[in-house]
Design a protein around this ligand. Structure first.
Ligand SMILES: Cc1cc2nc3c(=O)[nH]c(=O)nc-3n(C[C@H](O)[C@H](O)[C@H](O)COP(=O)(O)OP(=O)(O)OC[C@H]3O[C@@H](n4cnc5c(N)ncnc54)[C@H](O)[C@@H]3O)c2cc1C
Length: 379
């Protein structure tokens, strides 16, 4: 059966990573991205790259470029109390025999630029402002019709179109939807204080403030807080709301609140959703990856890492098998439990943050370390 051409729906972190890996494995790869251009498909501020993300990026030739523009740390982080006193060190994990750091942080536009440049250099074709209308899977390929009225037949389709995936219903039951965690997060880029040389988490009475270095002079503040589902907050009220929620904090969070939380237009607000779709993540010639099958809340900084790993493992499985069914089955087998651990551990941390009194024995730093150590095991 032929399988030389691959259509990837979605030019986000996962789709671009998969496009490079598949192109390097010899496929003709086309990406359709619904947004107008490279930058309009980027949301949020910065991105945490744990060591397993860097290993996967290294496999597609992008890790060096990420570390060159970002900020690589010597440990994962530490945890402070509401006044800024040290509670726990969080060492993170390293890959035996590798020089990769426990974590690198960079901005999302930088990561998108790096992945896009590498994809184009490898010969991937990326079409913006374009998507499919229908997919018809058949024995000789998938017939694809596009929103501009054109159509073609491709050997394989990869659904990398995020948490509200339109490809997902072609593979899984239509009623699979992400679940709102009950928390939402504020994010704001700030100048990097020398103290922010790793991830810093500061526990407050009603939420968790955090700091992530994303460049030599740049960091971001996040604040995860309990938030009613669907509650809307006008953009121009963001700074007041965030300052109020950070009011109980001293130490680093208190200093950052007073110095930098003043421009509502710079604050990014996001609800936190999760999903672990049941296996198998494929049907016929169509396969799913990234947030489309395992959307992760940001508590472990692993969502993008898992999407990048998906792309690398998918290409590896396709290169190893002459049958796409066998390759897709091996891909799901390799990915499912790993992604489930990340999704479920992230949800546990979020539930603890929303009501610590319910979980007196919960070990936030210990669970984080356990997941990080599991993630350094081979993909
Ligand atoms: C606020 C926030 C902060 C986060 N921080 C981190 C972090 O620090 N570290 C980390 O590892 N993860 C983080 N994550 C998670 C991470 O961003 C996601 O897990 C990751 O982006 C998933 O990649 P993806 O390619 O599967 O999906 P996406 O990045 O969502 O990409 C999907 C792409 O598909 C496109 N698309 C959608 N529908 C269609 C369609 N019908 N046709 C064509 N294209 C389509 C979209 O425009 C988008 O470009 C964070 C998430 C959020 C919300």
């Amino acid at each position: 059966m032929s399988r030389n051409s691959v259509l990837i729906v979605g030019g986000g972190i996962g789709g671009l990573s998969a496009s490079i890996a598949l192109r390097n494995a010899g496929y003709d790869v086309h990406v359709v991205e619904i947004q107008q251009d490279l930058h309009s498909s980027v949301y949020g501020v910065g991105i945490i790259q744990p060591v397993n993300a860097l290993r996967a990026l290294d496999a597609i030739g992008c890790a060096e470029a990420c570390m060159a523009v970002g900020y690589a740390t010597t440990a994962w982080g530490h945890m402070l109390d509401v006044d800024g006193n040290l509670l726990r060190e969080m060492p993170g994990a390293r890959i035996p025999g590798s020089d990769l750091p426990p974590m690198n942080g960079l901005t999302r536009p930088q990561l998108h630029r790096i992945l896009t440049d590498k994809a184009l250099e490898a010969g991937v074709v990326i079409a913006y402002d374009r998507t499919f209308t229908t997919l018809t899977d058949g024995p000789d390929g998938v017939e694809v019709t596009y929103t501009d009225g054109s159509e073609n037949v491709v050997d394989l389709v990869v659904g990398a179109d995020g948490v509200h995936s339109k490809v997902r219903p072609y593979v899984l039951a239509e009623d699979i939807e992400p679940v709102y965690l009950g928390q939402s997060a504020f994010r704001l880029n700030i100048p990097r204080d020398p103290e922010i040389d790793r991830i810093i988490l500061q526990h407050g009475p009603e939420g968790l403030a955090g700091f992530v270095p994303i460049g030599p002079d740049l960091a971001y503040l996040f604040y995860n807080t309990t938030w009613e589902e669907g509650r809307w907050l006008d953009q121009d009220k963001m700074a007041d709301e965030l300052r109020e929620r950070l009011a109980p904090f001293g130490g680093l969070a208190g200093r950052v609140r007073d110095a930098y939380v003043n421009d509502s237009s710079k604050i990014v607000f996001r609800p936190e959703e999760w999903l672990i779709a049941p296996a198998p993540w494929h049907k016929g010639r169509i396969v799913l990856m990234g947030d489309a099958v395992h959307a992760v809340t940001p508590h472990l900084g692993q969502g993008a890492a898992q999407a990048i790993e998906d792309g690398v493992v998918l290409a590896r499985c396709l290169a190893a098998h002459s049958s796409h069914e066998e390759a897709f089955a091996e891909y799901t087998e390799a990915r499912y439990e790993r992604c489930r651990l990340v999704v479920e551990s992230s949800v546990q941390i979020g539930e603890y943050e929303m009501d610590p009194s319910q979980y007196p024995d919960f070990d936030h730093a210990g669970l984080t370390q356990h997941v990080l150590e599991t993630m350094v095991q081979p993909m």
